[in-house]
Write a protein that binds this ligand. Structure first.
Ligand code: FAD
Ligand code: SF4
Ligand code: SF4
Ligand code: SF4
Length: 499
């Protein structure tokens, strides 16, 4: 549904002050230089414009490394970070424009299965009761395939209530919308994730042959906040393997970095996972998504920033604001104004999502070379001490190396990251177990090139006795033809809980 052109634009919203507040906060971050390094330089998206060095008396341009270099004490003023053309610091860039923000929750007693405050379901109920829509597109659980979403056309309030609750998977909502248009529904509320909303926004605005269909219907876009969704064909078998009976699950909820599963609406979760644990089941498309708050919706609704059983709602268009406020006036919703503290939480998460794309591993396939030397003579190693390494770049390290033990897979996972702005060519990597002065199980490979700030992961199988890992000392070495030995360190491995 498009904005009413006759409606006067408010001069300035009561939330303008929040933006100023956040702007000041962003400028004053203590770790601004660290953030610039992490988000822009190490992520490989720095354009080498030199602005950061130009605006700061303690930064200079390091021509050798092709990046700024700190030459004095950083005060954390934040100017380098905020002036960088690659950082995203403006609240409007982070979450789009909106007219009014609310903290809201339902006033309808039957809306018990709602995900958070039940605002979406309450708005749909209001829209049906007031005959403002004749259909809505929602996503319901497939009765034959538990927790798989099925996009549906619904035409009444009871079905809106049945459809409440979130399913954290992609749902083919646009297909249902087109069916509704073909079936001659004239005013349709469309509920979807930001990517769903973008699809509808594009169909209703781009001249690719779809515009004429929307002559027949007004669409009110109700967008859900969304940080990520999961592939059901991978996530649900994992849950089932972990003892969860999907047919008994009444609610799934993501809250403060955890994924909770409930058998009972009012009880404690039957199981909780960190989002990191479930990362491998995330839909790959979500890694490329930068919109948390459904920036192209008429109304955007989420939970972040508001308390339990409440929603954060933004009216982005005139019709969106009118609908929320009339629904509240007619007793469907409780609304209160949004404040700077609520907004801060949304902006924080929106920023995480916008910058996460910078950390996508760009190259997954490395060209691995057979090393010309199969095994080198034994080398001396000093546990936990770094070896003397040729350092043509002064004290800068070529490689940073981190380790993690996958106890289930019995693997030592080693991540080597090129930590300078140089291409490392013909990088030879050697991993070996060290027992006193003896070495065993050497593992050697060579990769043709490791680009600046790029990482390569290596899985080194650990020995087991009676299916228990034997925790050895492991020497990791790396050298290049040009720079010689660029990394050498012996790691003492230990079970996770003993660290
Ligand atoms: C994949 C996904 C990820 C989300 N991530 C976040 C997040 O990171 N932060 C945050 O604050 N909020 C997130 N949300 C939104 C949140 O879960 C609630 O939907 C929102 O707060 C509205 O709450 P409510 O109580 O008003 O919803 P309800 O009144 O329960 O209504 C929810 C509506 O969403 C529809 N729906 C359910 N699943 C889907 C789906 N997969 N696709 C399209 N529509 C669906 C239902 O049909 C229903 O109409 C996410 C939602 C989804 C679907
Ligand atoms: S002092 Fe310089 S390096 Fe530190 S935050 Fe300010 S501009 Fe950035
Ligand atoms: S201002 Fe940003 S893009 Fe420009 S050199 Fe500094 S980090 Fe790179
Ligand atoms: S993270 Fe983006 S792509 Fe993934 S479901 Fe949410 S809106 Fe869609």
């Amino acid at each position: 549904m498009t904005e009413n052109p006759t409606e006067p634009e408010p001069e300035s919203t009561q939330y303008d002050y929040s933006f100023d507040y956040i702007q000041k906060k962003l400028e004053g971050k203590k770790d601004s230089y660290g953030m610039l390094m992490k988000e822009i330089i190490r992520a490989g998206i720095c354009t080498e414009c030199g602005t950061c060095a130009a605006v700061c008396p303690v930064l200079e341009w390091d021509h050798l490394a092709g990046q700024p270099k700190l030459i004095g004490k950083c005060t954390g003023c934040g100017i380098c970070y905020n002036q960088c053309p690659r950082t995203i610091t403006d609240p409007i860039q982070l979450m789009g424009e909106f007219k009014t923000g609310y903290v809201s929750n339902t006033n309808i007693p039957e809306v018990i299965g709602a995900q958070d405050g039940g605002t979406v379901t309450s708005l749909l109920s209001y829209l049906f009761d007031e005959h403002l829509i004749d259909a809505a597109i929602v996503s319901m659980k497939d009765p034959d395939n538990p927790w798989h979403p099925v996009a549906q056309i619904i035409t009444n309030k009871d079905d809106a209530i049945k459809a409440s609750g979130s399913i954290y998977c992609h749902s083919q909502t646009v297909e249902a919308l087109m069916d509704a248009i073909r079936q001659d529904y004239r005013s349709i509320a469309f509920v979807g994730t930001p990517c769903n909303i973008d699809a509808v926004d594009k169909m209703t605005s781009s001249p690719s042959g779809m515009l004429k269909y929307f002559m027949r219907a007004h669409i009110l876009k109700i967008g859900l906040f969304c940080m990520d969704s999961f592939a059901p064909e991978a996530l649900y078998p994992f849950f089932e393997k972990d003892g969860i009976d999907l047919s008994k699950v009444v609610k799934m909820d993501i809250n403060k970095g955890k994924f909770h599963i409930y058998y009972d609406h009012d009880g404690e979760p039957v199981k909780s996972y960190t989002i990191k644990q479930l990362d491998k089941f995330k839909s790959s498309s979500c890694n490329f998504c930068t919109d948390l708050t459904a920036e192209n919706a008429d109304i955007s609704i989420g939970s972040v920033g508001s308390g339990a059983k409440k929603n954060t709602a933004f009216a982005r268009t005139g019709i969106g604001a009118e609908i929320i406020e009339d629904a509240a006036k007619k007793g469907y919703l409780e609304i209160e104004p949004y404040n700077a503290i609520n907004l801060n939480a949304v902006l924080f998460l929106a920023k995480l999502k916008k910058v996460s794309q910078y950390n996508i591993q760009k190259r997954k396939v490395f060209i691995v070379r057979e090393p010309s030397v199969i095994e080198e003579p034994k080398i001396e190693s000093k546990p936990e001490e770094e070896q003397a390494i040729a350092k043509p770049l002064g004290s800068r390290k070529f490689l940073s190396v981190s380790k993690d033990i996958d106890e289930e897979e019995k693997l030592l996972k080693i991540t080597l990251t090129n930590s300078v702005g140089y291409l490392l060519e013909d990088l030879k990597i050697r991993i070996v177990i060290v027992e006193e002065l003896f070495e065993k199980k050497p593992w050697i490979t060579a990769i043709r090139e490791l680009f600046p700030y790029e990482s390569i992961d290596i899985g080194y199988p650990l020995e087991t006795v009676d299916n228990e890992i034997v925790y050895p000392n492991v020497l990791v070495e790396a050298s290049t033809e040009k720079y010689g030995k660029v990394f050498s360190r012996t790691f003492k491995l230990a079970p996770k809980e003993e660290k």
